[in-house]
Design a protein around this ligand. Structure first.
Ligand code: ADP
Length: 593
């Protein structure tokens, strides 16, 4: 992306703040005029005092002039302080507003994206978050720099340059000459430092990643007594980082010296040139200080050019990923317009093939029927494609080929929001949001009453445990155990009360008692609904009216428990392995004994 393209893209974000920008610009111009006052006053002071010395007028007149000058300088400082405050405040306000809009725009946008966007390798949650964070802060810094730093600096430099030309053409030329030289040196500096800065960024990421990993795995580290290895690993990153930091500083200081040197040469040329004019009687003595100060007003702002280069470069790098995310039009979730009055809940998959965006072919010519108002269990070894089917049924992904029909209508034609409102999904690990237990259950139906929330907690067999907590329903949901969180998720689904329910290993993380309780709640919820359950629990599988057996992305068998068991095929093998793992013989002996 080029700088002009970047500006075109940022422009719509600045539009709502036209007035703010206008005021900032006006203040910037007034500020840059005010900055030059000192130079004029100094010239006037030197000239008047030297005249007084020549004339031999008494000190009284001198004091009168000094009083006048002080009053002007004081007034100027007061005005300038107000202008600076306004300029910085408006600039900062603009930055804060635009940062807010950038964040909101990207969040609004990604919420509409389909699942494939989130699961693609380049958008894994950590990476996506880093990209969004880095790009927003870099774009915001660009806006801030432009309005708070760059613009006033350049306005000052330009006004000072005009004043130099107005004072004397040749002096103006010296001021003008320094600009391209500084540009060149600053660009060199930015290019030289960019490699260091990029490396520094990756060192920082690695370092914080490593510390996070270290904290996460502290138990393993300690139990294997690997503290030394971890400390060594950290030390080597730290050493590389220090080395890089030193190089960055060294290069920075070298360029700083070069720039100071160039600036001092400029000052010397201005002094010599002006002294020549003074001696030649073309100028007064005050012109020397006057020109030096104007020259300083030109060089001071552009001394910071390299910082601007750095930040513009950063913004160019990061903004690309920001706008890539913002403008990923092909990532939008598709939705049809079909909204039926009622849902019967019959699902048919016809010759469905499915390939994940990363190329993994997860389903091959799947044909199956899920009958309404009964439980269908999907059975198969891990990786068989069961969760993938649930993903397709919830429209998180679309089949690569083939069709999924709900009540005879292609799933693609359904309004996606309508469909999801009528489908309940309970996963092996359900997301519990930061917040209270009440808020987490209410997520199922935002307008639910307190009684309804308690009622669904009771159905999920979690109410009593909640009331035993010191803060009851106001307790932080994150602090609950895995099994309790699972039941919060089930309570959430009870509250949603959808006609179709997909359960993906809902009891995989629960203890035996909780599993039994959940089984009871599921028995209650399944009445009169279409339920698809993926499970490794024998009791849940046996309970299903219809079992679909999957192997390596294919449906290999399908029927009731009895027929499938008799068949002595894949189901028989999986079922027998499950039963053997339970050590049924011993269990039976214990129960009998
Ligand atoms: P199961 O639920 O039967 O254990 P899955 O449906 O989770 O199986 O997985 C089926 C296949 O799809 C596996 O090979 C798995 O690695 C792959 N897979 C699952 N999720 C994704 C994903 N988000 N991206 C790419 N491949 C995936």
């Amino acid at each position: 992306m080029t700088l002009s393209q970047l500006f075109v893209k940022i422009l719509p974000f600045t539009k709502p703040y036209k007035n703010l920008i206008f005021y900032t610009l006006i203040l910037t111009v007034i500020g840059s005029l005010a900055v030059q006052v000192n130079a004029y006053i100094l010239k006037y002071t030197v000239d008047t005092i030297s005249d007084l010395l020549v004339e031999g007028t008494p000190l009284v007149r001198g004091l009168y002039i000094l009083g006048f000058i002080s009053a002007i300088l004081l007034a100027k400082e007061v005005v300038y302080a107000c202008i600076q405050f306004g300029q910085k405040f408006y600039g900062e306000k603009l930055r804060i507003m635009i940062a807010r809009d950038f964040s909101q725009a990207i969040v609004d946008r990604i919420l509409t994206y389909r699942m494939a966007f989130y699961t693609s390798a380049e958008n894994e949650s950590g990476k996506l978050q880093t990209r969004i964070d880095a790009s927003i802060s870099s774009l915001t810094r660009l806006v801030q720099n432009f309005f708070i730093d760059i613009l006033p600096l350049f306005a000052n430099a330009i006004v000072a340059l005009i004043c130099m030309f107005l004072a004397n053409f040749y002096v103006g030329l010296v001021g003008l000459f320094i600009v391209p030289v500084y540009f060149y040196v600053s660009q060199l500096q930015a290019t030289k430092l960019s490699g260091f800065r990029r490396r520094m960024r990756s060192y920082r990421e690695n370092k914080s990643n490593q510390i996070i990993n270290l904290i996460d795995s502290i138990m393993v580290i300690k139990s294997f007594v690997r503290e030394d290895i971890e400390a060594e690993r950290h030390r080597s990153i730290q050493y590389d980082m220090t080395e890089n930091q030193m190089q960055t500083r060294k290069t920075g200081f070298i360029f700083y010296s070069i720039k100071s040197f160039i600036e001092q040469i400029g000052v010397v040329i201005v002094i010599i040139l002006t002294a020549y004019f003074v001696l030649n009687d073309q100028m007064t003595l005050g012109a020397i200080m006057f020109h030096i100060m104007l020259f300083n007003n030109v060089s001071a702002p552009i001394r910071q050019l390299h910082r601007i280069y750095d930040e513009v470069n950063d913004a160019l790098i990061y903004s690309e990923s920001f706008f890539d995310i913002l403008e990923a039009d092909d990532a939008h979730e598709q939705s049809g317009g079909y909204i039926p009055t009622t849902l019967r809940g019959e699902i048919r998959m016809q010759d469905v093939d499915f390939e994940y965006p990363n190329g993994v072919k997860a389903l091959h010519r799947i044909s199956m029927t899920v009958k309404p108002n009964q439980i269908t269990a999907l059975v198969g070894l891990s990786g068989a494609g069961k969760s993938t089917i649930i993903n397709l049924l919830d429209k998180f992904y679309h089949p690569s080929s083939g069709q999924i029909l709900l009540d005879g209508i292609d799933l693609r034609e359904y309004d996606t929001d309508f469909l999801r409102r009528n489908v309940g999904l309970v996963l092996q690990r359900n997301h519990i949001f930061k917040g209270s237990i009440r808020e987490n259950i209410r997520y199922g139906r935002v307008e639910a009453t307190e009684e309804e929330i308690i009622d669904s907690a009771k159905k999920a067999f979690i109410h009593e445990q909640i009331t035993e907590l010191p803060n009851g329903y106001d307790s932080e949901a994150h602090l609950l155990s895995g099994g309790q969180q699972q039941r919060i998720a089930i309570a959430r689904m009870f509250l949603k009360n959808p006609p179709i329910i997909f359960l993906d290993e809902p009891t995989a993380n629960l203890d035996a008692i909780a599993t039994e309780q959940i089984k009871k709640s599921l028995d209650a919820i399944k009445v009169g609904r279409t339920v698809v359950i993926v499970s490794h629990s024998i009791s849940q599988i046996i309970d299903a009216s219809h079992i679909i057996v999957m192997e390596k992305g294919r449906v290999v068998e399908d029927g009731t428990h009895d027929t499938l068991y008799q068949k002595k095929g894949t189901y028989y093998r999986i079922f027998s392995a499950m039963a053997n793992s339970l050590n049924i013989q011993k269990i039976t002996e214990s129960i009998r004994g």
